[in-house]
Design a binder for this molecule. Structure first.
Ligand SMILES: Cc1cc2nc3c(=O)[nH]c(=O)nc-3n(C[C@H](O)[C@H](O)[C@H](O)COP(=O)(O)OP(=O)(O)OC[C@H]3O[C@@H](n4cnc5c(N)ncnc54)[C@H](O)[C@@H]3O)c2cc1C
Length: 420
């Protein structure tokens, strides 16, 4: 049966591939698509009957849910190294914000905050497009434009709930000013796709920065977390996931009380307990391949230890992928905005992020499982997932493929048709 244009966009959500970035609203126009909190609790596109197939084609091209991409070839310099898992890189360092306050309030060690502040104070950009806590949905993030260092600090910390930083990228570009974008790896992939449609992107986006991302938390799981902590979800007025230490307390605020939980109370004691949307489970790029600089945690095996929480000042791992990224890191360190501890390698990254390895190796057979099930399948570019799968034993790939097919058949990857 031939799908209508509306059904084609909705299918991205129904098949569990929407990342909620908001780009489809900006690309199609708010008269055709509005990205809002849907009945599922996620940010989803609410699609008008008036949408046509040309616009659905456009959504298909730019959507990072179905079209995840790596670094454009023209940004890969001749001296760039390529690691099959960790992608193109020029330099990897252990680093933290030179300013103690930025280091303290940042999610890990404030490196993204410090870079954003450095770019503004040195006038290399006019503003930063990133995210901050949502004004009315405490667990969500929302797009945030910072023209001052004070505003940058309002956005410090990771937002582990639905966040749509690209929802108004058309209007952001209308400002006709140069800026840096900080978003999740999938947000950057969306913006790289959009650069093919709107030539202003490559003129105006001067720096592409990203946190390495293992996935965000589904809204229902966040509600379950509130309840475990003795708080009713509708009482919550503010949620700070992390920051103010590394990782710092997960702080739930209501009119009556403040409840501090540990990062491990939120995410679980180890990787096997992490709960995330289906799209994040099959993500081919949690490591920010489309960025100039990707910034990560440095906990061995990916999780902090409860006993270190009060004493750890935080250390980021930063991966400069492009010449612009390597220059920015070096300049920021020379100016004291960052402190470099030491250079590191892809092997260190693999020790800190074993979950990123697992996902990168599993993405291709998982996509084969989606195809077997007749599902929409992300079409990746420049992410090497087929080559990575070829390094794995056939039995492992077969297990991943079958596992995905089984999940689809069991309805575990389905999302409802988006409605408000
Ligand atoms: C959903 C999610 C999952 C993550 N998973 C991992 C992981 O698996 N491994 C790992 O090493 N690190 C992960 N991180 C990154 C880690 O939490 C830190 O963000 C990273 O180490 C950078 O630390 P920082 O101190 O430099 O950040 P900060 O200085 O606090 O700066 C963070 C910047 O990111 C922006 N930002 C935060 N959340 C969002 C969002 N949802 N959408 C768009 N922009 C946002 C903020 O506006 C801010 O500018 C994740 C982050 C997120 C948001």
């Amino acid at each position: 049966m031939k799908l209508t244009a509306k059904q084609r966009v909705e299918q991205i959500v129904e098949h569990g591939l929407c990342t909620g970035c908001g780009l489809c609203q900006a690309a199609a126009g708010a008269h055709l698509i509005q990205v809002k909190k849907g009945s599922s609790g996620y940010l989803v596109p609410i699609v008008s009957d008036a949408i046509d197939h040309a616009t659905a084609d456009l959504v298909d091209r730019v959507c990072p849910g179905v079209h995840p991409v790596g670094l454009p070839d023209n940004l890969i310099a001749t001296d760039t190294k390529l690691d099959n898992v960790w992608g193109p890189w020029q330099r990897m360092v252990h680093t933290w914000a030179g300013d103690d306050h930025q280091r303290h309030v940042g999610a890990t060690a404030g490196v993204l905050t410090a870079l954003a502040c450095y770019l503004l104070t040195t006038k290399q950009v006019d503003f930063i497009l990133h995210a901050k806590a949502h004004a009315t949905e405490p667990s969500f993030g929302e797009m945030h434009i910072s023209t001052t260092t004070e505003q940058v600090l309002q956005g410090s910390g990771s937002r582990y709930g639905p966040t749509a930083p690209l929802i108004a990228i058309d209007k952001v570009l209308d400002r006709n000013q140069k800026f840096a974008f900080i978003g999740k790896p999938c947000d950057l992939a969306g913006l790289r796709n959009y650069a093919q449609e709107d030539k202003r992107v490559n003129d105006l986006v001067r720096f592409w920065l990203t946190p390495v991302c293992g996935g965000y938390m589904p809204p229902d799981s966040i509600k379950a977390f509130y309840r475990r902590m003795g708080v009713e979800p509708d009482q919550v007025t503010d949620l700070r996931y992390r920051g103010h230490g590394c990782p710092g307390p997960t702080r739930i605020t209501t009119a009556a009380k403040v409840v501090d939980a540990h990062y491990l109370d939120f995410w679980g004691e180890d990787e096997s307990m992490w709960d995330m949307p289906f799209r994040c489970k099959v993500c081919p790029d949690g490591i920010g391949e489309a960025s100039d600089i990707a910034v990560a945690d440095t906990w061995i095996l990916g999780s902090p230890k409860r006993e270190d929480t009060d004493t750890d000042l935080g250390t980021n791992a930063a991966i400069a992928r492009t010449t612009a990224g390597a220059q920015l890191l070096a300049e920021a360190a020379a100016a004291g905005a960052l402190v470099f501890d030491r250079d590191i390698t892809p092997d260190h990254m693999s020790t800190y992020q074993p979950h990123q390895l697992t996902k990168k190796y599993a993405a291709w057979p998982r996509y084969q499982g989606l195809q077997d099930a007749g599902r929409l399948t992300p079409q990746t570019e420049r992410l090497r997932i087929k080559q990575l799968a070829a390094e794995m034993p056939d039995a492992v790939n077969a297990q991943q493929r079958q596992g995905t097919l089984d999940r689809v058949k069991a309805g575990k990857t389905d999302q409802p048709t988006p409605t408000e």
